[in-house]
Design a protein around this ligand. Structure first.
Ligand SMILES: [Zn+2]
Length: 261
């Protein structure tokens, strides 16, 4: 299995030793590869994600500026981020996008930082990981206006409805389902998980948060992606092993990611 989106941030998992233990438990659970997302835990989370990927060949990184942290944007910091984006361990830019639910940064700043990253990704032919919360379709419009679809667009932790999922897929986009799908009240997400075309479907933990059933109350970690995969397989009437083969192949194709043992 692959966890297509986690935050193996030493600041939340008890330093490098804690991160190494989490990765070892993932391996023991059959999760051979993980994408650690260096975005959303402060501006410095990009450098920390890259450092983890450099220590673990089976962990690759993305770097980006989360809408929550858009208020921290400066030209110098953005130049640093783009320097990291050129590292071989970095497979994508993000997560990036709009969050009008928490509004942790001013909306105009969120829009500007999102567009800057989309342009940088296009210039580097890197795929992007999208965070969209309550933007009322504006995230999709900006992706259209910036011509972002050609190099790969992944909506991570997709919480939108079925109709928007089809709009994303029609544009060539990808959808990643988190552990929320295992919750009792996740009706719309379960419909989405049933209907995403198999070649556009990924699974993720988004750890350390959003722990799937049956581990709710514990800190989330990549080993638990197995529960999300099993739940999505059940919803689709698929064999977990067959669905794993499909989501793993799709994840590798999307990120142009080689298999590791
Ligand atoms: Zn995330």
């Amino acid at each position: 299995m692959i966890d297509s989106h986690c935050h193996l941030d030493p600041s939340v998992f008890g330093g490098d030793e804690g991160v190494d233990a989490v990765i070892a438990r993932a391996h023991a659970a059959g999760v051979t590869q993980m994408l650690t997302v260096g975005s959303g835990y402060g501006f410095d989370s990009a450098a920390r994600a890259l450092a983890v990927a450099r220590r673990h060949p089976n962990v690759r990184a993305s770097v980006g500026l989360h809408p929550h942290d858009a208020k921290e944007f400066t030209d110098a910091r953005f130049a640093d981020l783009l320097g990291m984006a050129d590292a071989t361990e970095v497979l994508a830019l993000g997560e990036m996008g709009l969050d009008f639910h928490y509004d942790s940064s001013p909306r105009d700043q969120q829009r500007m930082v999102f567009r800057e990253q989309l342009r940088a990704a296009r210039a580097r032919a890197l795929p992007v990981i999208i965070h969209d919360r309550d933007s009322g379709g504006e995230t999709l419009r900006i992706l259209d206006e910036e011509g972002a679809w050609d190099t790969g667009v992944l909506y991570h932790c997709y919480t939108g409805d079925v109709a928007q999922m089809h709009e994303i897929v029609a544009r060539g986009g990808y959808i990643s389902i988190p552990g929320i799908v295992t919750f009792k009240n996740a009706g719309e997400m379960q419909l989405v998980a049933q209907q995403v075309p198999e070649d556009r479907l990924l699974v993720e933990t988004d750890s350390p948060f959003l722990t799937p059933v049956p581990h709710r109350g514990k800190k989330n970690e990549p080993a638990y992606v197995a529960h999300t995969l099993a739940c999505v397989a059940r919803l689709r009437g698929a064999e977990p092993g067959a669905l794993d083969a499909a989501t793993t192949a799709t994840t590798r194709r999307f990120f142009r990611w080689e298999a590791t043992s």
